[in-house]
Design a protein around this ligand. Sequence first.
Ligand SMILES: CC(C)(COP(=O)(O)OP(=O)(O)OC[C@H]1O[C@@H](n2cnc3c(N)ncnc32)[C@H](O)[C@@H]1OP(=O)(O)O)[C@@H](O)C(=O)NCCC(=O)NCCS
Length: 187
Amino acid sequence: MPDFSAKPALTGELVTLRPVEVADVPTLWTLMSDPEVGRLTGSVHHSSGEEPELWTVAELNSIYAGWMTANDRIVWVVLDNTSGQVVGEAVLNHLDEENLSCGFRIWISGATNRGLGTEAVRLSMAHAFAVGLHRVELDVYAFNSRARHVYEKVGFVVEGTKRQALRFDDDWVDCYVMGLLAPEWRG
Ligand SMILES: CC(C)(COP(=O)(O)OP(=O)(O)OC[C@H]1O[C@@H](n2cnc3c(N)ncnc32)[C@H](O)[C@@H]1OP(=O)(O)O)[C@@H](O)C(=O)NCCC(=O)NCCS
């Protein structure tokens, strides 16, 4: 059975994925406030920024504390190897042991377009398939062509469209479901 209770750190050339710690939460909270991250992950719905705070640090402390020991997910902070700083997070979640599948999400703030995200996705997929999974699935919004490009570069394919799944300002935005299977994974 694939198992997410072991949460190893994964080291690449550009990034290190380290299991999240409670001490990371204030940094993650600040980085999550990046309007670009909020828009592209579908967490905010208005470009004006006039929205109530999504989470307090105290709420995030409690959420991440649960995730640190959860058996159905691995939450890593993404460390930029150049600066040693936390620049985002990468998450394998929704482990389905019977169907050998899980979900994935990632965001990076203030360090995009330098190759860090591509390597972080590759490290995460290498781990997912190394523990015996057959399938990894993710959602990406139609206005996020950069993320879609990165996922396709790693081997994900678009499997379907959730039409008008997100409301942003006065627009409806489609959401693509993408999947990557173990036999397609090139490492
Ligand atoms: C998506 C994300 C993880 C990618 O990480 P990254 O470090 O920025 O990506 P990389 O630098 O590794 O690669 C970016 C690639 O996209 C390309 N790219 C940049 N802007 C693009 C755009 N608007 N459309 C299409 N491709 C684009 C770059 O040329 C590069 O491709 P290449 O290596 O083939 O030249 C990161 O940008 C991010 O977290 N963005 C904000 C939140 C988010 O979108 N999360 C994902 C939600 S599904």
